[in-house]
Design a protein. Structure first.
Length: 531
């Protein structure tokens, strides 16, 4: 970072006077001297006294169009002068002509300002034309400045030097010039190095810095006795929702020995138990107050926050976090169960209600509804308990297949419980066909067929049926048969060779459920013949 520590350049207030001679009289008269004065005009951002640019030399160039060199000289700038006079002979070839005048102002070997302008030169004294100057010295690429420290507090009578940093985008600029000033220069003057002496009474002023190209920055400075204490103001014992900012700010006040607030003191805020502080450091305002917004952590319960300042101790704030609004309704038990039609499922259906952070929520009303498969909810919890859970006891419908029960909150958030109902155990067996047949002895009858069902009439496949002859003789083709997908089982029977009444029993394996089929073996009527 480059700062000149020499004198403040005073060329801005002066005139550049050129004494020119050798003017030719168009009437043939004697040559007479001509005086030409020039007024350098600095950029608007360059103020007298703010910059410590030690401009010590000026180069003057004059050309006559199109490119005839008239003057090119370098003159040193005297330290105790506000006007620079250069006496040279400039061959004026008419009473009025236009010359191009260029100025280059340097501090040692560094070029600081340049300016060029066409100037009308007369053979009589005239008003000094201005030559606009442009800053071309160190720091022309900077895009921002930053004073450090910021929003500070100084003690009465203290001497303090501020620093300034320059940047080209995000890249530091090492070599540059700036000018310093304050909002109250009569009471708080600042020198070209950023150093100032603080007045002896409380007050406030703004410290400013500007580059020769007009890049600016400013910061607040308070004048106050040293801080001796930090006190609690407000914000304790608040209640809020998890992972959200507390409604009220945490407020402390930093005070001096006289009880008045001390501005510009950094106060550090921190979360002690799960919360967060988006702005960890807050500088006290003009009245010594530090106000900050904090965010509760994700867990319900008591959470602590702390405010501290160097040498002043700390203050603890207590807040209570409660679960947020319902965000998620999910199954906590009872999904995908298997059961028998008309029976209560082995395990209850359990729903859990949580907020966005995963915290359980108690006391949430739950609506239960059978949406598919029939059946009934025999017992349900109307709202979640302390663990965020609600339970329902479900009795399956009477038809095999898929059943669905929905638990919902406000109709918007819900979870579906799926269960599968299977047919019940065999409860009945009916004769479907083949009963009460009559035929000649030895005839093979149409099959005897039964249908096996549960108590709700659902047919049962894969059930074993035992067949036996109870009376009358004859022959069964097999002793057992298994029900097919429609719950039916069949057997073939041949009548005895003699007239008789036969009874055949079908019995469900492992039960006493049975059905009796009757068949009659009868001789054909007289006169008929068997073929």
């Amino acid at each position: 970072m480059g700062f000149s520590t020499g004198r403040v350049a005073v060329l801005v207030a002066g005139l550049l006077v050129l004494a020119a001679g050798a003017c030719s009289d168009s009437t043939g008269g004697k040559d007479s001297p001509v005086q030409l004065s020039l007024q350098p005009q600095f950029p608007a951002s360059y103020s007298v006294g703010e910059f410590d640019l030690a401009v010590d030399r000026v180069r003057v160039r004059m050309t006559r169009p199109p490119a005839e060199g008239v003057l090119d000289t370098v003159v040193f700038f005297p330290a105790n002068s506000n006007e620079l006079q250069v006496r040279v002979k400039v061959p004026i070839i008419s009473r009025r002509e236009v010359l191009s005048v260029g100025l280059e102002l340097s501090a040692g070997s560094r070029l600081m300002f340049v300016g060029t302008r066409d100037v009308e030169v007369y053979d009589i004294p005239s008003v000094a034309p201005t030559i606009p100057l442009q800053y071309v010295g160190p720091g022309t690429s900077m895009t921002s400045l930053r004073i450090e420290p910021r929003d500070s507090a100084l003690r009465p009578g203290e001497t303090f030097t501020y620093r300034v940093f320059a940047f080209d985008g995000n890249s530091p600029v090492r070599d540059f010039y700036v000018g310093w000033s304050t909002s109250d220069p009569a009471h708080v003057p600042v020198d070209a190095t950023g150093s100032l002496v603080v007045p002896g009474e409380r007050g406030f002023f703004t410290l400013r810095v500007v580059s020769p190209t007009g890049i600016k920055d400013s910061t607040r400075v308070w004048i106050s006795p040293p801080a001796t204490a930090m006190t609690y103001v407000e914000g304790d014992e608040q209640t809020g929702t998890v992972v959200t900012p507390l409604a009220g700010k945490l407020v402390t006040r930093v005070e001096a020995e006289d009880g008045q607030g001390v501005p510009g003191v950094p106060v550090h805020f921190a979360a002690l138990s799960g919360g967060s502080v988006p702005q960890p450091i807050v500088t006290t305002d003009a009245d010594g107050f530090a106000r900050n917004t904090v965010v509760l952590g994700p867990s319900p319960g008591v959470q602590l926050f702390e405010a501290s300042a160097s040498g002043l101790g700390s203050i603890t704030f207590r807040a209570t976090a409660v679960a947020g609004p319902v965000f998620r309704v999910q199954a906590a038990g009872g999904s995908n169960q298997q059961g028998t039609v008309g029976q209560v499922l082995p395990n209850p259906l359990v729903v859990r209600v949580q907020d966005a952070a995963g915290n359980i929520i108690a006391g949430v009303p739950i609506t239960w509804q059978v949406t598919s498969g029939g059946g009934v909810l025999e017992e349900v919890d109307a709202q979640t308990d302390a663990g965020g859970l609600a339970r329902g006891v479900y009795k399956l419908g009477t038809l095999p297949g898929t059943n669905f029960v929905r638990a919902s909150v406000n109709g918007a958030l819900f979870v579906d419980f799926k269960s599968t109902a299977s047919a019940g155990p065999p409860a009945d067996m009916d004769a479907v066909s083949g009963d009460h047949q009559t035929a000649a002895p030895g005839t093979v009858l149409a099959p005897f067929t039964v249908r096996v069902t549960d108590e709700f009439g659902n047919t049962l496949p894969g059930v074993t049926v035992h067949w036996s002859i109870q009376q009358g003789g004859g022959t069964l083709c097999q002793a057992t048969a298994t029900t097919d997908n429609s719950g039916r089982a069949s057997v073939t029977y041949q009548l005895p060779n003699l007239p008789a009444t036969a009874k055949i029993r079908a019995t469900l394996q492992g039960t006493s459920i049975n059905t009796i089929f009757t068949a009659i073996s009868a001789a054909p009527p007289t006169g008929s013949s068997r073929r």
